[in-house]
Design a protein around this ligand. Structure first.
Ligand SMILES: *Cc1c(COP(=O)(O)O)cnc(C)c1O
Length: 337
């Protein structure tokens, strides 16, 4: 079988996760009757230090519900050019929420410069959309935003009357990368934001699902939006059980994915025309000189290694790739490059 480094979304539920799903107690979650969904929502809300949380079918819907709950029609949110919400979610905030994005360039470390944020906040004047929200992403491109930065950026937002949202699809990768108690780290990151979205279907290895956490009032608004967007699920406890299993068993092991990304980076050193970015978490970028890039993804695929990119390859480690498979991938990559 191919070694699939295209994304950490390609993981399949483990036998233990499938067993937890099969055994889940369920009810109709649109009636609020699913005990496993309710348990997951309580669990993730308390882990993230928020009053409430809502299980979501996808990270895209979770972010969209958050944006639509913070902003009304004609409002604006400040976001990075590279942010998933702005770039990779079909423009949903604008299309479905009538929310204008104000994109800012991401710095090399993934942050938005505080001066850029400050300058982008519009005065209260009929010419302008109402700037309502700052949305950040952590990790972004596999990079961890420093906690001190998150505190400064969200404090600036609050000082200027903006709400704050974190797209924390890979929040637990950031929390594990910080070292020490991952759940405590996740809580510290979450504490700086009004709302946080996390994905269970990335490195945590669940087949489906995300959660949005925030105040009771915000989550009540998000609940209405989720219904409107078609995200009201019925016996969703089958899916929530996978997410609960992931929170119990797959958080600390993200460190293995990070170690494997480093192992991969080290294995690819010293090839001419190949520049390896040092990975901070589970995403490795490799820049290729044009003569190396020609047909590389196809050649790697033929050699049994799947990845994405062109001049910049993106290789993502996850639950379904072992250190031994990383060594096989290194040999295939070195041969192809
Ligand atoms: C994957 C991802 C999302 C969206 O999650 P889906 O479940 O694929 O909709 C949002 N933000 C980031 C940073 C992601 O990586």
């Amino acid at each position: 079988m191919a070694i699939d480094l295209r994304s950490d979304t390609v993981t399949r539920p483990t036998p233990a996760m499938r067993a937890a799903m099969a055994a889940a107690e369920v009810g109709d979650d649109v009636f609020g009757d699913d005990p496993t969904v309710n348990a997951l929502q309580d669990r993730i809300a308390s882990m993230l230090g928020k009053e409430a949380a809502l299980f979501m079918p996808s990270g895209t819907q979770s972010n969209l519900c958050a944006l639509m709950s913070h902003c009304a029609r004609g409002d604006e949110y400040i976001v990075g050019q590279q942010a998933h919400t702005y770039r990779y979610e079909g423009g949903g905030a604008a299309v479905l929420g009538s929310i204008q994005p104000q994109p800012l360039n991401n710095q090399a470390d993934g942050t938005l410069a505080l001066a850029d944020i400050e300058a982008a906040i519009k005065p209260d004047d009929a010419h302008f959309a109402r700037t309502r929200l700052l949305a950040l992403e952590d990790t972004i491109g596999g990079q961890v935003l420093p906690l001190a930065y998150l505190r400064d950026a969200t404090a600036l937002a609050r000082r200027r009357g903006l709400a704050t949202h974190l797209d924390g699809a890979r929040l637990f990768n950031a929390a594990v990368a910080a070292g020490g108690d991952a759940v405590a780290n996740a809580r510290m990151i979450s504490d700086t934001f009004d709302s946080v979205s996390v994905c269970f279907s990335k490195g945590l290895g669940a087949p489906v699902g995300s959660a949005l956490a925030g105040s009771k009032e915000l989550i009540a608004r998000a609940h209405r939006h989720r219904k409107m967007l078609g995200g009201g699920l019925r016996q969703a406890g089958i899916l929530a059980a996978a997410a609960l299993h992931a929170l119990d068993h797959h958080v600390d092991r993200l460190a293995e994915d990070h170690a494997n990304a480093k192992r991969l980076a080290e294995g690819l050193q010293g090839l001419p025309g190949v520049t390896v970015m040092p990975p901070q978490t589970n995403i490795l970028f490799v820049d290729l000189a044009p003569e190396k890039a020609q047909g590389i993804v196809e050649r790697l695929s033929a050699a049994g290694v799947l990845c994405t990119g062109l001049y910049r390859l993106r290789l993502v480690t996850h639950l379904d790739v072992s250190a031994a498979e990383i060594d096989v991938a290194v040999r295939a990559l070195r041969a192809a490059l």
